[in-house]
Ligand binder design. Sequence first.
Ligand code: SF4
Ligand code: SF4
Length: 556
Amino acid sequence: MIPKLFTFKGGVKPASHKDESADKPIRIAPLPSHLIIPLRQSARAMARCLVQPGRAVLKGEVIAAAEGPLCTAVHAPTSGTVRAIEPQPVPHPSGLPAPSIIIEPDGKDRWIERKAFDYRAATAQKTRDYLRDCGIVGLGGAGFPSHVKLGPGEKGIGTLILNGAECEPWITCDDRLMRERAEMVLAGAAIMRRVTGASRILVGIEDNKPQAIESMRTAVEKLGESAMEVIAIPTRYPAGGEKQLIRVLTGIEIPYGKLGTHFGVQCFNVGSAHAVFRAVAHGEPLVSRILTLSGNMAKPGNFEVLIGTPIRELLPLAEPRADTDRYLMGGPMMGVALQSLDIPVVKGTNCILAGSPTLFPPPPPEMPCIRCGECAKVCPAELQPFELYWFSRAKIFGKTQEYSLFDCIECGCCSYVCPSRIPLVDYFRFAKGEIWAREKEKAAADVARQRYELRLAREEREKEEKAAKLAAKTAAGREKAAATLAVAEKPAATPEDEAKKALIAAALERAKAQKEQVHPGNVSNLTPEQEAEVAAIEVRRTEIREMAKPHLRQDD
Ligand code: SF4
Ligand code: SF4
C-alpha cells in the first residue's frame, strides 16, 4: 500500500548536484599527521579533559568525560600520543578557537578492548547512559546528544522517524551510507525503538535516491521487520528539516515553540542510527563519520574520516581544482564558510564543498528590500523573513523574538529567492548570536548580582550576631560589677575586725568599772556614742603603745 503523504509549506527546488559524488563508494581516509579533537563535540556542553600531554592513548579510549545532562564523552580517534591540550580553531561561524586535545597517531590504529553492549538485558536508562559514554550525537549537523533525544519525552514516543532525506544539494554521504550499510542503519534504528518504546519506525528518503530506497527496503525485508517502513518522499528542499519531515510522513503540524516529542514523534538522522549500531553491537564509540567532498573538485566522493582530521589534510583526497577560492562546511544552502583549513572534522561535519568564481559566483551587491514577499512564500517555517530582516538589521532583537526568530531553521530558502540578493540567513544568524550572547551576559550578571546580595545578607547577619553577642557580654559584665559592688558595700567581718570589736567592748567595760570606783553611784553624763568613741580612742592608744614599745627606753 502506498502511504499517504502530506506536504509542507514553502520550500524550493535548487539544482541537486548529487551525481558528482553519489556513485562513489565510501573510501576510508588515511591517518592524518595529527588529530585535533575539540572538547566541545556535542552542541550544548564541553567535556572534561582526562589526559595530559605525553600520555599514550588507544583508539576508542575516553579522553574527555561527559559532564552534565547535555554532554557526551570524547574518545581518541586512533592510537597515539597526546601532544598538547590547547585552544584551536574549530568549525564555528565565529572562527574563535576552542580547547582541544591534539593527538599524534602512532600509525598502528590499535583499538581498546571492544565489547558488545547487551541492550536487551539493560534498562532504557542504562542504554542511554552507555550511548552518552560512547559519544553518540546527531550526525545530521546539529550535533544534539542522542541519549537526550532517546528520552521518553512528555507523552512517550510512539513513532520513530529515520531521516534519510538528505535534501541539501551536493551532499551524498547519507545516500552512500544507506546504499552500503542499510542493515546496520536499520539495526541501529531497532535499538533506538527499544530504548524509546516506539511502536513503529518510518524511514523518509527523498525520491532522488532510488538506490538507497531500494537498499533500505531490501534490508527491512531481510530483517523481517514489520513495524518498519521505508517511504520515498518528494524531492523538495528542505524536506529533511525535522518539522518538515514529520509533517510529510505523519501529517502532524508542529507549531511554533513545540517539538516532535510533544506529539509523540522523534526524529534521528540515518548516520546516528548507524553510530548507535556500531556502539552497541561492536563496542565502538563514535570516532569517525562519513562525509562528502564535492564542489570544485576533480575527484569528489564520500570518505569515512576520523573525527579531528584537519580539513587541509583531507582535501587532497578529492583534488580541489586550481581556481578554488573558498570552502564551505555543509551544503550551499546551510553551509558555513571556512575561516581556516586547519580546523578539524567534527561529528556534525557532513560535507566540505569547494567553491570557485565560476561554480559559486560571488553574490551581487545587496539591494534594498522591495517588499515583494517572495521570501515569505518559500519559508517552510511560515515566518515573515523580511520583517525578521528589518528588525535584525536595526538590532531590535526583542522584536525578532516576537516574530519567532528561533523558529527559523536557517534553511536559506528566503535568501535563495530574494531578488534583492539580501543574505537574509546571515542577518538571522547574527541576531540569534547577539541574543544568545546577551542572554549569556545577563545570566552571568544575574549570578553576580545574586552572589552580591547573598554576601550583603551574610555581612548583615554577621553584624547583627556580633552586636547581639556584644550586648549579652556587656549585660553580663554589668551584672557581675553590680554583684561585686554589693559585696564590697557589705564586707564580711574579718577575724581582726571581730578582735577589735572585742577589745573595744572590753575597754568600755574597763572604763565603766574605773568610773564606778572613782565616783561610786555616779552615772556618766556621756552618751553611748561618746562612750564608744572614748573606748575606741583608748584601744587606739593601747595599740600605739604596743607598737612603740621596742623603740622606748626601759625607763620610759
Ligand atoms: S524577498 Fe527580499 S526583497 Fe522581497 S520581501 Fe523578502 S527580503 Fe524583501
Ligand atoms: S532561513 Fe529561516 S526565515 Fe528563511 S526561509 Fe528558512 S526558515 Fe524561513
